[in-house]
Write a protein that binds this ligand. Structure first.
Ligand SMILES: O=C(O)CCC(=O)C(=O)O
Ligand SMILES: [Fe+2]
Length: 396
């Protein structure tokens, strides 16, 4: 292993880069990992020097856990006491850019969906089946969205009636009406997250939903886990008040959506808030609010959750929000085995304005392929090292 822990350990073969590496270490010691890595990246990529590139990757491996540690969320405000007074609910949402509620969704509805998802994951060899299935204990190397093996499970899960119908669950709809208005309806784009343990590098990074969805900026997400989900299990955190600062620029990230927002000073002055979610709790947030998943530090269990997006009739949306997530399976195929017809194509009776998708809002910088390659390499190294160190600890 290349040691990159400090400016005193710069290897001889990198002597010519010593002044640069000293500057980089200074930034990192000051806690500014992002600038330190960006500085080294620029030179390493242009240099074609393999040792310098290795140094960069190693630095990324080692900086990652330190960067993650910097976010310790404070408790979310529990808004249950506001329910029954829609004006107060809306005022709070407008002020904080999120609403957290305890115990809204009946657990049976969540458990029914969890059972169907874990059955598919067990069939696909992702998790342990049998009596332990509900624990969703991963038994394979992590997969991330977009990989062919990922879709083997996801293409089945996306067909589940219990997934799509959950977006219309009456208690959830009641809360959404109080938060947004009486004509609120969910987009059919229902999203399920299949997050592996022991992969903090894949945790959904800070981002806004607006660039992914577009249409009305009042679009509001509801996120909920399909089991109790503490902060250490990878629950959702939001930046309180971060919805007031417009659309932020994007960079590549390995986590869900492959995009992270670049946070400016205004946004960074907002505090992160989070919660140890119990099954049935939900958090709502509009499309401009910066949010992220906490790292799933659980060494065994997958974090399974869903998120739905809601808007008022008369407001705008883009066509993609009317498609199934990843748009690989048609609605007709999805509906094939459903027991009820009432929710099929329900949005066709809703009043909304379809607006064009603006690809510039979703674009990544030109260097995103280099960035993806480096992140994947650093992640593979980190994951293998964690596994090896646990294996050797287990042996000794
Ligand atoms: O669950 C996650 O990891 C990401 C959730 C998210 O970004 C969302 O619900 O908008
Ligand atoms: Fe999101």
């Amino acid at each position: 292993m290349t040691v990159v822990s400090g400016p005193h350990n710069i290897p001889e073969e990198l002597a010519e880069y010593r002044p640069l590496l000293e500057q980089v270490h200074k930034l990192i010691e000051e806690g500014d990992y992002e600038s330190g890595i960006a500085k080294l990246q620029k030179v390493a990529r242009a240099s074609g020097s393999e040792p310098l590139m290795n140094y960069l990757i190693e630095m990324r491996v080692q900086a990652f856990p330190k960067m993650a540690e910097k976010i310790t969320p404070e408790p979310m405000f529990e808004a249950n006491g506001l329910l029954g007074n829609a004006d107060e609910v809306r005022a709070r949402l407008d002020k904080d850019g999120y609403l957290f509620f305890r115990n809204i969704i009946p657990r049976e509805r969540l458990q029914e969906l969890r059972d169907q998802i874990t059955q598919i994951l067990a069939d696909q060899g992702w998790i342990e089946g049998g009596a332990q299935q509900n624990l969703a204990r991963a038994i394979r190397r992590p997969l991330r969205e977009g990989q062919p093996q990922f879709f083997k499970a996801h293409d089945r899960i996306i067909k589940l009636e219990a997934l799509h119908s959950l977006a219309h669950e009456p208690h959830l709809m009641d809360v959404m009406r109080q938060a947004l208005g009486s004509s609120v309806f969910p987009h059919p784009l229902s999203i399920v997250r299949l997050i592996f343990p022991d992969s903090p590098e894949l945790a959904t990074p800070p981002h806004q939903d607006f660039p992914n969805n577009q249409g009305t900026p009042n679009l509001t997400a509801a996120w909920m886990p399909l089991a109790d989900c503490a902060i250490e299990d990878g629950s959702l955190a939001v930046m309180e008040g971060s919805h007031k600062f417009g659309v932020l620029p994007l960079r590549f990230h390995l986590g869900a959506g492959n995009r992270r927002a670049v946070l400016n000073k205004d946004v960074l002055s907002c505090r992160w808030v989070g919660a140890d979610f119990k099954m049935g709790d939900i958090v709502l947030f509009p499309a401009m609010t910066v949010h992220k998943a906490m790292e799933n530090c659980n060494l065994e269990r997958m974090r399974l959750s869903v998120d739905f997006r809601y808007q008022l009739e008369g407001e705008s949306l883009t066509e993609g929000c009317l498609q199934p997530h990843f748009n690989r399976v048609s609605w007709d195929e999805i509906y094939r085995d459903w027991k009820s017809d009432t929710l099929k194509y329900y949005w066709r009776n809703k009043d909304y304005v379809e607006v064009p998708w603006d690809p510039t809002l979703h674009e990544l910088p030109d260097d995103h392929v280099d960035e993806a390659y480096e992140q994947q390499l650093a992640y593979n190294i980190a994951l293998t090292r964690r596994k090896e160190s646990r294996a050797s600890a287990g042996e000794s």
